[in-house]
Design a protein around this ligand. Structure first.
Ligand SMILES: Cc1cc2nc3c(=O)[nH]c(=O)nc-3n(C[C@H](O)[C@H](O)[C@H](O)COP(=O)(O)OP(=O)(O)OC[C@H]3O[C@@H](n4cnc5c(N)ncnc54)[C@H](O)[C@@H]3O)c2cc1C
Length: 389
């Protein structure tokens, strides 16, 4: 039987950030990460679009973002191992939310809230948007908010940065799948793996992304998180833009940004997407909805070549679309860092720090994320974030 002080199920960006933070904060126990796929081929992290923003409408998400963005600014240096720096390639080209007339009062409310919290964010009149994207068609746009410190990074660079650093500090990564969580008298005792190993541990962390519910059920805990497909499209205009397009959210929810090689990366949530771990990538959404919307907003894109794309999974918190963090109130030693929907990459640094504090100290010191505990679904105190995409 293996023994550890903390077992983390899932070793992508969230699990590895927790491992890194624990050891960086001086935890002297054994941290073991159980990851069933060391290639991370199907992890949400590897399949994400890399958007990083601070523009949120709730205090807790804003605090998480305000911790995470400066962390990513120093990421390459912080994750240096034996003189080799990481490569997050964080491009702070900004995050631009375009607002239509009906949505404008909510956007202004968010802007005022963000300003009151000292966030660097600008409220733009339609003409001012042209200074940021000269090719934009302003039809139906009442204004925009722009976060100049926001942007996008390379998710693979971030993932390998966290993994290498966590390993170098002593985290043990084991390639195996958790199939059962052992518990006695409502207290976690360890994990059983697919290869038939038993790992004894008083603390088990669920960082299984879209499979959070499956892992929760192993401990008898119902977590309201479902896997939900999201498709991404990579296309190439006949002529590359001579500036980097910020991560832009159209009035319709469509997003687009520059990708290396003169390409545009784009996507949009499909309203009727069924729940399920479906990785099939379909062109139809692009031709039926995305391209017409893209070409309307940036008329230059009425001619382009769809070069490819992929499908990945959101870990969709079906109740309020926000993270579920911390120890389960009735299953001692069972911690969760799940349900990030579309913003887990940008929240990973702060989430790692928060979980490290919860595990080591039994309280949050740096950022109070207690409102994101799973007990909110019992008390009805949902965290409603209007600035979720
Ligand atoms: C198309 C797309 C675009 C996105 N864009 C953005 C964005 O712009 N910005 C942003 O911040 N976020 C974005 N996200 C969301 C972001 O990718 C996720 O929130 C984040 O990566 C979650 O990380 P994770 O470590 O929790 O999950 P994952 O990366 O999915 O990792 C979970 C890991 O757990 C492992 N695992 C699962 N079950 C078990 C088990 N039983 N035993 C062992 N291992 C197990 C899996 O193999 C996997 O490696 C996007 C997601 C998608 C799909």
């Amino acid at each position: 039987m293996e023994k550890a002080d903390v077992v983390i199920i899932g070793g992508a960006v969230i699990g590895s950030s927790i491992a890194y933070n624990l050891l960086n904060d001086g935890f002297d126990g054994e941290v073991l990460v159980l990851e069933r796929d060391p290639t991370y081929e199907h992890s949400s992290t590897a399949l994400s679009v890399g958007g990083i923003r601070q523009q949120f409408g709730t205090k807790v998400n804003l605090d998480i973002a305000r911790y995470s963005v400066p962390f990513y600014e120093k990421f390459d240096e912080l994750m240096e191992v034996e003189g080799e720096r990481a490569h997050a390639d964080f491009r702070q080209r900004g995050y631009l939310f375009l607002g239509r007339k009906e949505k404008w009062p909510v956007m202004k409310k968010h802007y005022e809230f963000q300003q009151s919290q000292g966030l660097e964010v600008r409220l733009l009149k339609p003409q001012e948007i042209l200074e940021i994207i000269p090719h934009v068609n302003l039809e139906g746009v009442a204004g925009a908010t722009f976060g100049p410190r926001d942007g996008y990074l390379d998710p693979h660079g971030v993932l390998s940065g966290f993994v290498k650093k966590a390993r170098s500090m002593g985290t043990r990564y084991i390639t195996d799948e958790a199939v059962n969580i052992l518990a006695k008298s409502n207290k976690v005792e360890g994990v059983e793996t697919k290869k038939g190993e038993w790992i004894q541990s008083p603390i088990v962390v669920n960082a299984a992304g879209p499979f959070a519910q499956e892992v929760g059920m192993m401990a008898g805990v119902d977590i309201p998180v479902d896997p939900m497909r999201r498709m991404v499209y990579e296309c190439k205009p006949p002529k590359a833009f001579d500036y980097e397009v910020p991560l832009t959210i159209n009035t319709t929810g469509l997003y687009f940004r520059t990708e290396t090689g003169g390409k545009i990366l784009t996507g949009k949530s499909k309203d009727d997407e069924p729940i399920g771990a479906n990785f099939t990538w379909e062109r139809t959404l692009f031709y039926d909805e995305i391209w017409p919307e893209l070409a309307h907003r940036i008329p230059l894109l009425d001619r382009l070549r769809l070069q490819g794309g992929w499908a990945g999974l959101y870990a969709e918190n079906r109740l309020d679309h926000n993270a579920i963090l911390g120890e389960h109130p009735e299953m001692k030693g069972f911690y969760m860092a799940v349900g990030f929907s579309g913003h887990g990459l940008m929240q990973a640094p702060a989430v790692g720090k928060a979980l490290s504090e919860a595990i080591r100290l039994g309280r949050y010191e740096t950022i109070d994320v207690s409102c994101l505990g799973i007990d909110r679904f019992e008390t009805g105190q949902l965290v409603i974030e209007e600035a979720v995409i």
